[in-house]
Design a protein around this ligand. Structure first.
Ligand code: AHG
Ligand code: MN
Ligand code: MN
Length: 327
């Protein structure tokens, strides 16, 4: 293990000072969320909050607590124009007259929160865009394509607390060191093998899948003697952070397609808080991220809570799945 801290790493990458301070603020928020998650059972906050978020999903008490912590810690950053949260209806403007150089941060404060009650991994996902001109503080101004992200990452609250980031120069993984409180570099230059024999999908939705996804999974399941000519393994964590973390570690492909049950909303996962940041990380690690029809990062947003189909991971496998969509 190296003793490289998050700051030393960002300095070595010659990260802009404002961006570095913002990423450190996000890392602090994640450490505080990790602490709350860890003490969840003692604090009696593992259950539902009796509220729904703007997308009609039941919020867990820790969804709300995590969002508040993120707002408190990151919201005070002096170069922040706006916070845009999965759990909050409106854009949270931090400046009345955002300028070029200011940041917009999109985040999912607690991803995979249905896993809290069963003590499985959850996480926090974030995406950072830097404004290249002054803007009026209106919701349409934060509808910015994923290609404009200058940084993205996630914290994972698992057996250890991890932080995985990109500032557009590859992907690096850190582990929270409880003694010092620092995130120390433990997985430098994470890269996704181009080929895989492992897929992740919620197969309980089989009946609702559209033909391209159904045909792809059917062919994988036929194994060595089927059209794919190899035996596949399957994993599904119901926590995108945990699934993407596995893919960044050993490869694989992750699918949350649009299907008959979610097509009216565009899919399940959210473009700005989940698909774009994970898409950037996966691409920076040599993988690919697609809606099935094109690159996720090229999707022009129509609303900040927009949902999209998500297919990401080992690049040759993503290309195979895109092929099924073209057929
Ligand atoms: P969130 O907890 O932020 O709402 O996100 C949950 C997401 C994602 O983490 C996961 O991949 C997916 O929803 C799980 O969906 P299913 O419950 O349909 O498996
Ligand atoms: Mn989520
Ligand atoms: Mn969430």
């Amino acid at each position: 293990m190296t003793q490289t801290t998050l700051r030393q790493h960002l300095q070595a990458q010659q990260t802009d000072t404002d961006l570095m301070i913002l990423m450190e603020d996000i890392a602090t928020a994640c450490r505080m969320i990790a602490d709350r998650v860890r003490h969840g059972a003692f604090a009696g906050v593992l259950g539902a909050a009796e509220t729904e978020n703007v997308q009609g999903e039941t919020q867990k008490e820790l969804d709300v607590i995590s969002d508040e912590l993120f707002q408190q810690v990151v919201g005070g950053n002096p170069s922040l124009a706006a916070l845009v949260s999965e759990e909050v209806d409106e854009v949270n403007w931090r400046k009345t007259a955002p300028q070029a150089g200011d940041f917009v941060v999109y985040y999912d404060p607690l991803d995979g929160s249905s896993n809290l009650d069963v003590n499985l991994s959850v996480g926090t996902i974030f995406s950072i865009v830097r404004l290249n001109a002054a803007i009026a503080p209106e919701a349409s101004a934060v509808q910015i394509k994923g290609t404009k992200q200058v940084a993205a990452g996630y914290a994972i609250y698992g057996p250890s607390t991890g932080l995985v980031i990109t500032v557009g120069q590859g992907v690096d993984g850190f582990t929270h060191h409880p003694g010092s409180g620092e995130f120390l570099l433990t997985q430098p230059e994470m890269s996704i093998p181009p080929e895989t024999k492992e897929f992740a999908i919620n197969a309980s939705r089989y009946d609702m899948w559209h033909p391209p996804v159904r045909n792809y999974i059917d062919d994988c399941l036929r194994g060595k003697n089927g059209p794919r000519g190899k035996t596949f393994n399957m994993r599904w964590c119901a926590s995108m952070v945990a699934d993407v973390h596995r893919i960044l570690t050993r490869g694989g492909v992750f699918l949350y397609p649009a299907d008959a049950g979610n097509a009216a909303q565009g899919g399940k996962l959210r473009l700005m808080y989940e698909a774009n940041p994970m898409g950037m990380l996966v691409e920076q690690a040599g993988g690919a991220s697609s809606t099935g029809l094109g690159r996720i990062l090229e999707v022009a947003p129509t609303g900040h809570h927009q949902r999209v189909p998500v297919i990401l991971g080992s690049r040759e496998e993503v290309a195979v799945i895109e092929g099924y969509h073209k057929k």
